[in-house]
Design a protein around this ligand. Structure first.
Ligand code: SF4
Length: 317
């Protein structure tokens, strides 16, 4: 690990301004991904701004009937909150499907949204990787791509975004609130927060340097039966091959988003109109234009079968 300097701050605006002043600065919250990146010298910040002292660790009801989740709410606190478990069970289940207890106790809501891909070539500095070193190439394109994206990818990068939590936030149409270095704030729909790789795969999301996530807001509850099905190579402590987050209403309508298939949580509104007709027409529309590799084309059938299981369980009493 390379040497760095360290600073504590007292307000979100102060944090944003402190990072903006220094191109080599990063926010430090739970550190569950950043410290690994630093140890491997994939990310080499020269200055860390510790935001753990900010008052961003509460979950509050909103006037609209939703919930505002502070950026520093730990994953365990989020998943076990009584209001989340009652009204947003999908969110609770998706968070509990991720990582391990130790990591969830430390990892934060905001950190979960800005974690980096787990593509193995990204973590191997001996391999070409456009996300880590722009212009160097993509080792996964002709390498081991079992875990990689099947839709929304590019010739520059076929990585997936690893968050389980983000899949449920996409189902609920959450928003991400931020403060910028000049003190202004903005609200970003979760659908627009993560970017597809295109020819700039080193840019994961729309945040500017120094822009700090302050909260994530859930609209009012939508009821329905809520499911998070994560399919992975081993039963725990593994990232999704694919995951299905779904809310199914009594009349068979609903919402569905996928994890493990793209560079962002994957949801296609038009596909959801076909939920009452079954998993096949929904999957065909969700994954229209899919471009899998020969190693991960199995994911298309896996999505359809997993969604079929969800829809069958939704029909049970
Ligand atoms: Fe790097 Fe993306 Fe290729 Fe993985 S898929 S090696 S992250 S460019």
């Amino acid at each position: 690990m390379r040497a760095f300097t360290y600073e504590r701050v007292h307000t979100p605006s102060e944090a944003a301004a402190a990072v903006a002043r220094n191109p080599g600065a990063r926010f430090l919250a739970g550190g569950t991904n950043l410290l690994d990146l630093m140890k491997l010298e994939i990310d080499t910040p020269t200055h860390l701004i510790d935001v753990n002292g900010l008052e961003l660790d509460g979950i509050e009801s909103t006037p609209e009937g939703g919930l505002k989740i502070g950026a520093l709410v730990r994953n365990t606190a989020l998943a076990t909150d009584d209001r989340v478990r009652r009204d947003y069970a999908l969110l609770s289940r998706s968070v509990l499907a991720g990582a391990s207890t130790q990591l969830r106790n430390r990892a934060t809501t905001a950190g979960n949204l800005v974690q980096r891909t787990r593509c193995p070539y990204f973590y191997d500095t001996n391999q070409a990787c456009n996300k880590r070193a722009p212009g160097s190439g993509c080792s996964a394109l002709h390498g081991f791509s079992h875990q990689h994206a099947i839709i929304g990818s590019s010739d520059a990068c076929i990585a997936t975004f690893p968050s389980d939590m983000a899949v449920s936030l996409r189902v609920f149409d959450a928003t991400v609130e931020t403060v910028r270095p000049n003190g202004t704030t903005r609200v970003i729909p979760i659908a627009d927060f993560h970017k597809l790789p295109g020819n700039t795969p080193h840019i994961d999301n729309v945040l500017d340097h120094g822009e700090l996530i302050t909260s994530v807001t859930l609209p009012k509850p939508i009821g329905g039966k809520q499911f998070y099905r994560k399919v992975r190579d081993r039963a725990s402590y593994a990232f999704a091959l694919i995951s299905v987050g779904a809310v199914i209403q009594p009349d068979g309508t609903g919402r569905v988003a996928l994890g493990g298939v793209a560079h962002k949580p994957w949801r296609v509104d038009a596909a959801e109109q076909h939920l009452p007709s079954g998993a096949k027409p929904v999957t065909e529309r969700l994954l229209a234009g899919a471009n899998p590799t020969h190693e991960n084309e199995f994911k298309i059938a896996l999505v359809q079968r997993t969604l079929a299981g969800v829809l069958a369980d939704a029909k049970k009493g």
